[in-house]
Design a protein around this ligand. Structure first.
Ligand SMILES: Nc1ncnc2c1ncn2[C@@H]1O[C@H](COP(=O)(O)OP(=O)(O)OP(=O)(O)O)[C@@H](O)[C@H]1O
Length: 242
């Protein structure tokens, strides 16, 4: 499955299989995600979305096949080297924000740099903070923010080290429809304006609709690949997946 653009690849899966005993959670999945694109991953429960994200982000290793982030093969690295590579090249956004409650907004955003012992690019950080609209809130604690604001902070944190790919796992699952739409608009803007690459697992066709393209998983395989689908087309494809 390939985007028809000449951009270099931010993420590539080559024939990736992940088995748990007799279960093929991923079954020879190949995928190419160019830089500066927003890809949604949908599919029924148990179709392999989380496994795809875990293997693609280097949180887990495939049983066979290769995963390349920014052209570097990660699936054959040992745990330590994979952790280091992940730290430098991958950002995460979770449904539950996962901010540290004792740290300020600014400290949360800078956390990946602190953990890496990196100085960071101050111009980039300032750009990100302004783009997500959190500059007035930098000294607040997460519990002094709304859910949407907390997710904005989490998105800024995911971008702090200017990663090759941001992986978002149901990033709007805990938000009301209006706030979810704002957060998705922000993710899309980060891709369109900053050239970031985002891979987002979602159950929500309205969320996937904001991405450039959607892969639909079923039984560990990519069952469909839709470019700029309408929410109705996505809902129809998902109904047909089982
Ligand atoms: N650690 C594990 N041990 C055994 N089986 C697993 C494990 N993780 C996933 N599976 C199995 O692999 C298949 C794919 O699971 P996965 O969690 O990737 O699906 P999913 O599409 O993310 O589902 P959901 O939408 O419910 O989160 C399922 O059959 C699941 O039971």
């Amino acid at each position: 499955m390939t985007f028809q653009t000449p951009s270099p690849s931010a993420l590539e899966l080559r024939d990736v299989t992940k088995t748990y005993g007799p279960v093929h959670a991923l079954d020879r999945v190949s995928l190419h995600v160019p830089r500066g694109t927003f890809l949604a991953v949908m599919g029924p429960s148990g179709s392999g979305k989380s496994t795809l994200l875990q293997c693609a982000a280097g949180l887990d290793t495939p049983t066979s096949g290769e995963v390349l982030i920014g052209g570097r093969e990660i699936s054959h690295l040992n745990e330590t080297r994979r952790t280091l590579l992940r730290r430098d090249t991958v950002g995460f956004v979770f449904q539950s924000y996962n901010l540290l409650p004792s740290l300020s907004v600014e400290e949360n955003i800078r956390l990946p740099l602190r953990v890496a012992g990196a100085r960071g690019d101050e111009t980039w950080l300032a750009q990100v903070i302004d783009r997500i609209g959190m500059r007035p809130f930098l000294r607040r604690r997460p519990d002094e923010l709304s859910g949407g604001q907390q997710q904005r902070v989490a998105i800024a944190r995911s971008l702090a080290a200017r990663p090759e790919v941001v992986f978002a796992d149901e990033p709007t699952g805990a938000l009301d429809a209006r706030t979810a739409s704002e957060v998705l608009g922000l993710l899309r803007d980060l891709v369109d304006d900053f050239g970031q690459t985002v891979v987002m697992v979602t159950h929500d066709p309205r969320a996937a609709h904001r991405a450039h393209a959607t892969v639909v998983m079923d039984e560990g395989r990519i069952q469909d690949y839709l470019v700029d689908p309408t929410p109705e087309a996505l809902a129809g494809t998902l109904l047909g997946a089982r």
